[in-house]
Every structure is written in structure tokens, then in C-alpha cells.
Design a protein around this ligand. Sequence first.
Ligand code: 1Q0
Length: 215
Amino acid sequence: SVTSDDQKFCFKEVLDAFRLCLSENKEVYMEHYVAGWRGLVKFLNTLGSVFGFISKDAVGKVQILVSLLKGEDGSHYSTIQSMVKYELENQLVDLTKAGAHPTSGCRTLLRLHRALRWLELFLDSLRTCSEDSKTSVLCADAYNKSLSKFHPWVVRKAAGMAFCLLPGRQAFFDVMNVGTTEQVVAMLGEAIPLISEVYQITEDLYAQHNILDIP
Ligand code: 1Q0
């Protein structure tokens, strides 16, 4: 077909990435964390160009993390835990105001981490909603309960406008490429606890190091 496999979104890819994210001792592997986001961005791109400003920001952040991981000091970036330790010990993070390290791994990942909470809430509402629920409303509710508090007014406004253009629940489920509605609901039920655990481990780690407010 014309659409190559790596362009076509498949929700299973996201599920697998988050499944591989946690090590035995509950460290979060960067490689799989960014793979999860790459999959999600693919999905976002199928929704059309109104979501371009969101996708562009996410892609930029994923690229920053990938270049750190592939870079000279890449060995320190294999897990979120090792990244936090390495960057803090070497003063590579702007902790109180924007300065010399605008693209630190800690700062960049924190932005995606905050968005992960939105995703968890949104997927959970998709999983449990009725057939006639409006995805735009579910998405806005999830956003207002989480990510919106970190965004200035203009971004909230633009996001709100973009949400109104989301396809309906069924179209959403079709793009996920999973199968019947029952199968989608089952796969969401598998994915949400994994996403939730990765979120909580990261949140606890950032809280423990007092870096939840990196500017
Ligand atoms: C499905 C609809 C997607 C809606 C995404 C919700 C998030 C809205 C976020 C809008 C903000 C984007 C503009 C940029 C903001 C940045 O200023 C902000 C902070 O960064 P910085 O460097 O300026 O301090 N960036 C962020 O907050 C990061 C936002 C990343 C959002 C990534 C969203 C990826 C979405 C994936 C779609 C998943 C759909 C899941 C459904 C799957 C199957 C049903």
C-alpha cells in the first residue's frame, strides 16, 4: 500500500512501548518512553493539520531527548532516573529561572510528563464513555483537570479550539487500528494502568528531587 507501516498508526505500538518502559526495579527506560510518544504523535498527525502546533511541540521535545540519548553522554540517559541524577549532579538544569540550559533532559521530559497525565485521563474517559459521548468534551475535561494549569491563556484557547475539531468516538476507535469497540476498550484497559504507573514513578522521582517546577 501507499501508506508505509511506520506512518500508519497502531495503538498496539503505544501499548507495547509503555509495557517495555519499566525495568525490574521500576526504572523508566528513556528509549521506550520516547517510543511511546512517537506513536502518539503519529496518531495526532492522522487527525489533521489543526493539530500541527501540538504535534510540532511534541516532536521537538522527543527529538531533544533522542539526541541526548544518542549523544556523547547517552549512557547517562538510559533511564529517567539516571538522567535526573546525572543532570542534577552536573548542574545541567535551570532550576529556578530560564538560563543556560533551556533544553535539559529534565525540563524537556517534564513537559511530556505533564501531558502524560492528560493522556491517562483522556484514555480513561474514552474507555468508559457511552457511545454518544463527545470526544471534544472528554478531551477538554481531561485537559482542564491536568495540563491546562501549566499553559498560558493563548495556548489554552488554541487547544480548546483544536479539541472542537476532534472526530467522534467511533472514528477515533477506527484510527486506533485495534479492531472492534470491545477490543479497543480492552486494550485501553491494559494501557491505562501502565501509563499510570510510569506517570506516578516519574512524578515521585521529580517530587523527591524537588524539580516539578523547572521553568
Ligand atoms: C487528541 C487530541 C490531542 C490533544 C493534545 C492535548 C494537549 C494539548 C496541548 C496543547 C499545547 C501545545 C502547544 C505547546 C505548548 C508548550 O508551550 C508546552 C510547554 O512547553 P515549553 O517548552 O513551551 O515550556 N508543551 C507541552 O505542554 C507539551 C504538550 C505535548 C502534547 C503532546 C500531545 C500528544 C498527543 C497525542 C495524541 C494522543 C491521542 C490519544 C488517543 C489515542 C487513542 C485513542
